[in-house]
Design a protein around this ligand. Structure first.
Ligand SMILES: C[S@@+](CC[C@H](N)C(=O)[O-])C[C@H]1O[C@@H](n2cnc3c(N)ncnc32)[C@H](O)[C@@H]1O
Length: 270
């Protein structure tokens, strides 16, 4: 489906609902309606999105400062403030980034933004077909698989509801990366909000009904399994506001980080 067809379909997408929650402008009436329903169920959803995004920026800066210059960002979303290439290239101007998303609007807006940047590109692909991403010509052209790569899976695996498939995606991608690479992962979790169980079911119904994507938050134990065999760096898998907080972070959840409903961690492949 090209962008024009997608607009015509009037169906909401996960990428554009997230853009709406972040206060972006790359969304259509169906996305805004779905976003408003999400906010009714989870009034903290926009702050959760902001905090996930802030985690992503801190994690990219962290691994870039550790010397990583290549980034493969799956489920990269619609460009917003502090994109991966901007953060990574502010640390090393030669850092290379490939954005991957299933949403045509996310990809076309990313390509627009990246015009003139030879060290970053965006491709449309389905993260569930992990091997095809590793084999993708543009991925191979821009990234050197003999050098460490930071694999970003931020707020995307909860859109792969099948547990075995989600685990297989992570395993396949990591198996294709050289030692010294990193996994940066964040994932929706309502473990800290048992009182929202009913709203969670409504939110799952919303994604099932209004988008082509299904939603499955996971427990901390389930998310931790994605890091099996890797060296989790401090402070481990935590609520995103707790991961190497910065002075300029959003302050929404300082008193109760589990309200962010998002766990994040960074690990190294030895
Ligand atoms: C909540 S946004 C996260 C964006 C960004 N990673 C972040 O953390 O700010 C989730 C993104 O994952 C994308 N996505 C969902 N399922 C996908 C799939 N199977 N393959 C690739 N992208 C997918 C959506 O289109 C959306 O852009």
């Amino acid at each position: 489906m090209d962008v024009a067809d997608d607009r015509a379909s009037k169906q909401a997408t996960a990428a554009r609902i997230y853009d709406y929650l972040l206060g972006g402008t790359y969304n259509f009436p169906a996305d805004r309606a779905a976003g408003e329903k999400m906010i009714e169920m989870f009034p903290m959803a926009p702050a959760g999105a902001r905090n996930n995004r802030a985690f992503l920026r801190r994690a990219v800066r962290h691994v870039a400062n550790l010397g990583v210059t290549q980034f493969l960002d799956l489920g990269s979303g619609i460009p917003t403030e502090g994109n991966v290439h901007e953060v990574a290239q502010s640390v090393d101007k030669n850092a290379r980034v490939v954005y991957v998303d299933i949403d045509p609007v996310a990809v076309s807006e990313s390509l627009d933004l990246l015009r003139g940047n030879d060290n970053a590109t965006a491709i449309r692909a389905d993260a569930r077909d992990a091997q095809s991403i590793l084999d993708h010509r543009q991925v191979r052209e821009l990234l050197d698989f003999d050098q460490p790569i930071a694999l970003l899976l931020c707020a995307v695996l909860h859109f792969v509801p099948e547990d075995d498939l989600a685990a297989d995606v992570v395993r396949t991608l990591l198996a294709g990366l050289p030692s010294g690479s990193y996994l940066v992962l964040s994932h929706g979790s309502v473990e800290g909000m048992p009182e929202r169980a009913a709203q969670l079911e409504d939110a799952k119904d919303l994604y099932k009904r209004d988008t082509a994507t299904q939603l499955k938050p996971r427990t901390r134990t389930e998310v931790l399994r994605y890091f099996d065999g890797l060296d989790l760096i401090e402070p481990g898998l935590v609520w995103v506001p707790q991961w190497h907080p910065d002075a300029d972070d959003p302050t929404d959840f300082v008193d109760n980080p589990s309200r962010s409903a998002c766990l994040g961690g960074v690990a190294r492949l030895s």
